[in-house]
Design a protein around this ligand. Structure first.
Ligand SMILES: [Zn+2]
Length: 463
């Protein structure tokens, strides 16, 4: 089957060019100024942009947090992703039961995602509690057999790794060409402050950001970067950077010449601020870790994106319903499930708040949403670029249309959006996954289970 997209402007991470795109059997076969293919189905993209399908390298579909689960499973969550122009997700696994080794969660996650996901998908492995020879043997085996070439560890939460184990993991990762992704917050600071909130009866949402200050992030970012450096520059990826203080540590490492690391931020840290916590009821919607910060932090992160000092924009999509699940925290923010929806809003927000407001260029949008995540997570050039030989994952976008974000017209199971009522510019017209139109005019047209599991290669950060 052939499809020809005529008259569009193809955006890459370096430029924008008027081009036709020919697709054969799900793969892009030609990109050129004028293509004729009489037997192809024609899609007219006049005055429209063609972006490579976005890759969200940080989602938590169906996340089990012990007392409840994230309200999007791999079906609903990827329908929402697709409607927001995301054609590939790399999901962060939940911790397994105490004492399990990495294979346990790999199997668990296949059972959750296989046959359900509608976008292509992969997983990051998860490291919990400890790291010993069996952990390392399983990491190597999982990387080889499953193409899971990145593993996540946490510097806070009950199943965190302590520094000696973190350092052992980094040394192993360096030897095995595995990328370590890390949640950076200083556990001692956070737990001390949370305990104080309890003692002093400071339990409304407004105390959530106070219990997880920017300094707790910055300290952990600094520590991780130095530990990676001491492990002969082990490849490292810092998830969800939220603060200017954390950013300063990143910039310091870049200045020292450290190269083998990447840094992610998320739309919520670019677009929202901690005023959302002032209302004790509404504030529960934005209980996430790290928390929302000040405007100065947002502006610093935008500036860093503009100057190519960060690498990706992902979501940390981890939705819970406001009416039900989030209410667990109404008398004590510490009991509120951590996380918020966002997988569907990411591309439209970066386009509107980033490109349309001239904070970043259009190629930079593509770089942060698609090309860089593809490179860093071993999917390039199969994903992340509109080029002959690549999968035909394409977002056809009308750059001039305006709309207002309403949770009622989004596709996830959460009953709210943190961006409710925001006016944005740019509207997704059509989303193609391997040549097939899975979204048209905000309607999902695909089929449950059509997403393919992706075995990933080595991260560009290992090279
Ligand atoms: Zn996360």
């Amino acid at each position: 089957m052939k499809t020809l997209i005529k008259n569009g402007t193809v955006v890459s991470d370096t430029d924008c060019k008027k081009s036709d795109v020919l697709i054969e059997d799900g793969i892009i076969s030609a990109v050129s100024s004028s293509i004729e293919a009489p037997d192809a189905k024609i899609l007219d993209a006049k005055d429209k942009l063609l972006l490579p399908g976005a890759i969200d390298a940080h989602t938590h579909m169906d996340l089990d947090v012990g007392f409840t689960r994230a309200c999007d499973d791999f079906y609903n969550g990827t329908v929402a992703a697709a409607c927001g122009g995301t054609t590939t997700i790399i999901d962060h696994m939940a911790f397994g039961p105490k004492g399990v080794y990495p294979w346990h969660q790999v199997k668990e996650y296949h059972s959750l995602a296989d046959g359900n996901a509608v976008t292509d998908y992969s997983f990051h492995g998860v490291l919990q509690e400890k790291a010993d020879d069996r952990t390392f043997a399983e990491m190597r085996e999982i990387a080889e057999k499953e193409g899971i070439t990145s593993f996540k560890l946490y510097l806070t939460y009950d199943m965190m790794l302590h520094d000696k184990d973190v350092f052992a993991v980094l040394n192993e990762a360096k030897r095995s060409n595995i990328l370590i992704t890390v949640h950076c917050e200083n556990d001692g600071i956070v737990n001390y402050l949370r305990d104080r909130c309890g003692v002093e009866n400071n339990l409304t949402a407004a105390f959530h950001p106070k219990s997880r200050p920017a300094g707790a992030e910055a300290e952990a970012v600094n520590r991780m970067l130095y530990m990676a450096e001491c492990a002969d520059e082990a490849p490292l990826y810092i998830v969800h950077l939220s603060s200017e203080a954390g950013l300063k540590e990143v910039l310091a490492a870049r200045k020292r010449g450290q190269k083998h690391f990447g840094v992610e931020t998320c739309p919520q840290y670019l677009v929202l601020n901690d005023n959302l916590y002032d209302d004790p009821k509404e504030g529960l919607k934005a209980i996430m870790s790290p928390p929302l910060r000040k405007d100065a932090d947002r502006f610093a992160l935008w500036e860093a994106l503009k100057n190519d000092f960060l690498d990706t924009v992902a979501t940390d999509h981890c939705p819970f319903t406001f009416e039900d699940q989030k209410q667990r925290g109404k008398d004590d923010f510490r009991l509120c499930p951590n996380g918020a929806p966002g997988v569907e809003e990411r591309l439209p927000l970066l386009f509107s708040e980033g490109y349309c407001k001239k904070r970043i260029s259009l190629p930079q949008c593509v770089k942060y949403l698609s090309s860089n995540p593809a490179r860093i997570f071993g999917l390039y050039p199969k994903k992340g670029v509109i080029s002959p030989g690549s999968d035909a994952d394409i977002v056809i976008m009308d750059p001039d249309k305006k709309r207002t974000i309403r949770s009622a017209s989004l596709h996830g199971n959460a009953d709210y959006s943190c961006y409710e009522g925001m006016e944005i510019k740019g509207e997704i017209d059509t989303v193609l996954l391997r040549g097939e139109a899975i979204v048209k005019n905000n309607t999902f047209l695909g089929k449950k289970g059509m997403g393919r599991y992706l075995k990933r290669g080595i991260s560009s950060l290992c090279l």
